[in-house]
Write a new protein. Structure first.
Length: 244
């Protein structure tokens, strides 16, 4: 296991010799494609070399280790997230765009979820994104550690929601059945046990519960949670004694 601070971004770029047939960008994009289909466990320099029609040894001219490659891949997909510039829209709209973009990226590349926090996220795309996030929250009135806390709160909601949704999506794919059919197959058991749990049964009988679409429910739940978080942050901003 590499040292946490031993990052591909803090080391000098590897010296290239001769005329390489592959670029680091090609290697990273191909690695992302492999990660999207196989996950981190399915990524190896040997498999990646075969995918690119090159030996694993040639990849080491560009990327020293698999861990370095994962860092590069994470930063590359982080570049897919759009963060509006401060002032382009009200701060709540800007944060919502950023949060929804992050959720969408994590669902496209669910392997990222398990890598967050394992290595420093200090690549160029992440730093550009972070700079815009700081500007966005600063323009809203957040300062110092409170800015970090506010962003962490939003980010925790994004990652938590995406983690559950990605796990369910993977389970549905493995089953080979649509999510609605899987839910329907559980209904006889749920109806039986619900009768033994009064509060749960009353909730199941409320309007709209039985008709909840499994796929849509994740999006609705995410939007509801994000709006309530932003409500709370806005209330806190407006109630501070030192507000400007």
């Amino acid at each position: 296991m590499p040292d946490f601070t031993d990052s591909v971004w803090t080391r000098p770029a590897r010296t290239r010799t001769g005329q390489p047939t592959l670029s680091r960008e090609q290697i990273v994009r191909s690695a992302i494609e492999l990660l999207d289909t196989e996950g981190p466990a399915g990524l190896s320099m040997r498999r990646l070399g075969a995918r690119l029609g090159s030996g694993a040894t040639s990849l080491y001219w560009h990327v020293a280790t698999k861990d370095d490659l994962l860092e590069l891949a994470v930063d590359e997909v982080m570049g897919e997230i759009y963060v509006p510039e401060a002032g382009d829209a009200p701060w709540r709209v800007g944060v919502s765009v950023m949060a929804n973009g992050t959720r969408a990226m994590l669902l496209r590349h669910p392997w990222v979820i398990g890598l967050l926090g394992t290595r420093p996220t200090i690549g160029p795309n992440v730093l550009r994104m972070s700079d815009r996030i700081v500007a966005l929250f600063s323009a809203a009135g957040f300062r110092g550690p409170d800015l970090s806390h506010a962003y962490s709160l939003v980010n925790a909601h994004v990652i938590g929601a995406a983690t559950t949704e990605a796990a369910v999506a993977a389970a549905v794919r493995r089953s080979g059945q649509p999510a609605a059919e899987l839910r329907e197959s559980l209904q006889p058991y749920m109806e039986k046990v619900a009768r033994e749990h009064d509060a749960y049964e009353r909730w199941r009988q409320e309007d709209g519960v039985a008709e909840m679409n499994p796929e849509a429910a994740f999006a609705q739940s995410f939007a509801f949670g994000l709006d309530r978080i932003l409500d709370g942050l806005e209330l806190w901003l407006n109630s501070r004694d030192d507000k400007v």
